[in-house]
Design a protein around this ligand. Structure first.
Ligand SMILES: [Zn+2]
Ligand SMILES: [Zn+2]
Length: 337
């Protein structure tokens, strides 16, 4: 099979030929239909995951068809279209695993970072960690839901987005656009925070009632005039400091949730946080049950990201464009014929 391999930090991806892997006990072999190219793949190549194991096949936004199963696997059956995500597997017996919160397991392993992922024609996954794709979701367009989608959807619900709550989303990229659409579909009132007015029309078309341009005024001030502030501010921009600056735009009892972040330490004004019982939290992607919920909600409301289909050979240049800030036209998704 054809595969792209990350050989080490700051090394270019190698396009290689390799034997199709055999599924072991409890595993399924998936013929990959599509794999999203994510900024986390760039983090891997740039050495930002200290726990990475090179050489490794990247890719954790995978959809495909189960073509063989290992010993003991009764579900999913051969022929099922499934999605595989960032969480490869977990220990299965810690308090988080038994609660169904495998994403919090101290011994979790990450797809495409510690184990081989979806930049290949075939990949092996744990049967209990793949999720059947609901009918009505195109497997190519749905690939980024396995990471950007679950991160946005799960972030919103952990932060307490409810019908009629006021949700502000910072940044309208991959995660941000999905967060805007999920929040609208959840029945929340939505504001979008961007730098210039350029994103305003798109935000309003997705159902946002307010657009805040930080070029014109500080986001915190504008959000505070929105019926007293946002109940949830979801940061989808790759900047922790930009998120911290919006904290004053929260209503009392509000939550700032970091789905996007940068490496800089956060500096937060504590007194207003105490006086208004504000929360700041971060959120990873999610557990298998979270992916089921994300995919079901996406299918019900037909929420699918904008994508650009690419070939495996085009993956290195797509990653280069992302690293240089030149990525345009929706998430790159590697497709296999
Ligand atoms: Zn990702
Ligand atoms: Zn565990």
């Amino acid at each position: 099979m054809r595969a792209a391999v990350a050989e080490g930090v700051n090394a270019p991806l190698s396009l290689i030929e390799r034997d199709v892997p055999d599924p072991g006990a409890g595993e399924v072999l998936v013929k990959v239909t599509a794999c999203g190219v994510c900024y986390s793949d760039l983090n891997l190549l740039q050495g930002k995951y200290a726990f990475a194991r090179f050489p490794v096949i990247p890719g954790h936004e995978v959809t495909g068809v189960v073509t063989a199963v290992g010993d003991g696997v009764t579900f999913p059956e051969v022929g099922t279209t499934v999605g595989a995500q960032f969480l490869y597997d977990s220990c299965g017996h810690c308090n988080y695993c038994v609660r169904g919160e495998q994403i919090l397991c101290p011994r979790k392993r990450i797809t495409g970072v510690v184990t081989d992922g979806g930049y290949a024609e075939y990949a092996v996954f744990k049967a209990g960690f793949v999720t059947p794709l609901p009918s009505g979701l195109d497997p190519v367009q749905a690939a980024p839901l396995m990471c950007a989608g679950i991160t946005a959807y799960n972030g919103l619900r952990h932060a307490g987005a409810t019908p009629n709550s006021r949700v502000a989303v910072i940044g309208a990229g991959g995660i941000g656009t999905l967060a805007i659409r999920y929040a609208v579909a959840m029945g929340a009132r939505v504001a979008v925070v961007g730098r210039s007015r350029r994103g305003e029309d798109a935000a309003k078309a997705m159902g946002a009632e307010l657009y805040v341009s930080t070029d014109e005024s500080p986001a915190a001030e504008t959000l505070k005039t929105w019926d007293g502030g946002a109940d949830v501010i979801l940061n989808a921009a790759p900047s922790s400091t930009a998120a911290a600056e919006t904290l004053g735009g929260l209503a009392p009892d509000g939550t700032l949730i970091l789905c996007g972040y940068s490496a800089y330490p956060l500096s937060l004004p504590v007194q207003p946080m105490v006086l208004n019982r504000l929360r700041v939290m971060a959120s990873p992607s999610g557990s298998p049950h979270d992916l089921r919920d994300t995919l079901a909600f996406s299918a019900q409301h037909q929420i699918l990201p904008a994508i650009t289909a690419i070939t495996l050979d085009e993956a290195p240049e797509t990653l280069d464009a992302m690293a240089a800030g030149r990525a345009r036209g929706g998430r790159g998704v590697i497709t296999f014929a």
